[in-house]
Ligand binder design. Structure first.
Ligand code: CP
Length: 336
């Protein structure tokens, strides 16, 4: 049984087929691919785009979505094996995933890191627990990667540049945020941009903001296969110069994981990583490079009003594309 946990588990041909199907859904939004089918959307964290686009998407394909928030409107869940469950959790993932599988045809899971111990969070235990015990396909709605966002981003780039993105200069830039955030979207952007054969620059303040070796390895493996390239830079102007795409995300420095008070004075030194008009003017053709972000975004902290309101900002297109790519993923998984 195929899950959608990471794009890296799917072949390039399969990803291209998903993007083609998503483009078809964008052109013609209603179908019966989920007629009589349902999806459980299990949210351990808040969402605007993911929840809305999955619920609407299932409906547009003739299906039904049930949203659950364990610990709020559903019982708290235990994920450890062999635990004496005398704490908060009322039931075990072994029962939760198998029971839901008797009711629904797909399960989506959003579970951010706990932000205490990266060696634990990087195991992605919640998502993997659902994948282990569910007897229906599981979709990652963002855990330590965000593969649905990757597809939406890729579709938005294809819409501007065509299907062949090889050779495009792609900058994934770290930006400041007052809180240490998840690395999921950064891991995902690095993964999909290298998979699509782009010349990728990871721009971050210093070596402490590099991403986990698993994703750096995926990126190296991808460029070896796709013919793209991977560069790590701490030089803002050099990274932006002639870029076709600037993608922004903030994340916490992994060496400080769980010790965020100690990271904060370091992070506070790099507020100038904000995406602004001066930096975007360095991009291709005198400032015609595209800008995007997964959203939500704090204006004038991560990117200025001018950048967000520019015709070269494709963040809203990318957000819309969540709907189309997720319909493609659901339809594909239901076909088996
Ligand atoms: N980009 C994204 O996943 O948005 P939400 O957190 O609002 O779902």
């Amino acid at each position: 049984m195929k899950h959608f946990l990471n794009t890296q588990d799917w072949s390039r041909a399969e990803l291209d087929a998903l993007l083609d199907e998503a483009a078809a859904f964008k052109a013609s939004k209603f179908g019966q691919q989920m007629a009589g089918k349902s999806i459980a959307l299990v949210f351990f964290n808040p969402s605007l785009r993911t929840r809305t686009s999955f619920e609407i998407g299932a409906r547009q394909l003739g299906g039904h979505a049930v949203v659950l928030a364990p610990g709020k409107d559903a019982w708290p869940i235990e994920f450890e094996l062999g635990t004496v469950m005398d704490g908060e959790a009322e039931e075990h993932i072994a029962e939760v995933a198998r029971v839901l599988s008797r009711y629904v045809d797909l399960i989506g899971v959003r579970a951010f890191p706990k932000f205490v111990d990266w060696s634990v969070d990087r195991q992605d235990r919640v998502l993997m627990g659902f994948a282990k015990y569910a007897t229906v396909p599981v979709i990652n709605l963002e855990t330590i990667t965000h593969p649905c966002q990757e597809l939406a981003h890729a579709l938005a780039l294809r819409e501007r540049f065509g299907k062949d993105l090889r050779g495009r200069k792609y900058v994934l830039t770290w930006t400041y945020h007052p809180k240490a955030l998840n690395t999921a979207v950064a891991n995902s952007a690095l993964t999909i941009a290298t998979r699509l054969g782009m010349d990728v620059t990871l721009l971050c303040p210093n070596q402490q903001y590099l991403l986990d070796e698993r994703y750096m390895d995926w990126a190296r493996q991808n460029v070896a296969e796709s013919g793209g390239s991977l560069t790590v830079s701490h030089d803002i102007d050099a990274a932006y110069r002639d870029a076709d795409v600037v993608y922004a995300k903030s994340w916490g420095a992994l060496p400080f994981f769980g010790n965020w008070e100690a990271e904060k004075p370091l992070r506070d030194q790099y507020k100038h990583f904000i995406v602004d008009e001066r930096k975007m003017a360095l991009t291709r053709d005198g400032g015609k490079g595209l800008f995007s972000h997964c959203l939500p975004l704090r204006r004038n902290v991560k990117a200025t009003d001018g950048v967000m309101d520019s015709p070269n900002c494709i963040a809203i297109d990318e957000a819309e594309n969540r709907l189309h790519v997720q319909k493609a993923v659901m339809a594909r998984l239901l076909r088996g």
